[in-house]
Design a protein around this ligand. Sequence first.
Ligand code: SF4
Length: 157
Amino acid sequence: MIMVSSCLAGMKVRYNGTDCLEESLMSLLDSGKAIAVCPELLGGFSTPREPAEIIGGTGEDVLNGKARVIDRSGNDVTGMYLKGAHVTLEKAREFGAATVVLKQNSPSCGSTMIYNGEFSGRKIPGEGVTAALLRKNGIEVISEDELAARLEEFRLP
Ligand code: SF4
């Protein structure tokens, strides 16, 4: 069993009401080998919502209280990001997901790159809050960029 970002599963849950469908995931979802989660919805957000970015660090820094997640209007939404990350971790444990495929660049789901906190479109190396918490708890996190190389493995019974 793997877990995947809901937006990669074609659900229109991104901040702007769009998805980022990865067609290759559909057979895994249809056969029950993958389940979809959106950490931001689990944290209490709805769609559409304001975009947010991590200010002053990365997801790991947010977990350590050294950085915050702020939306474009300047509201501190760190608590909702942390809640979404913890509920996602609970779900990964509940479903026995050893690997989670998360959407790159998101302040929740980014696994190697995130936006730099200036709402300028520039990215920096780093993880989102959920990716950091999952890894800290021994769960493998990959992005959609690594999916093709792992698909056969995920299709195994
Ligand atoms: Fe997709 Fe993750 Fe953003 Fe939800 S939090 S919309 S799953 S990138």
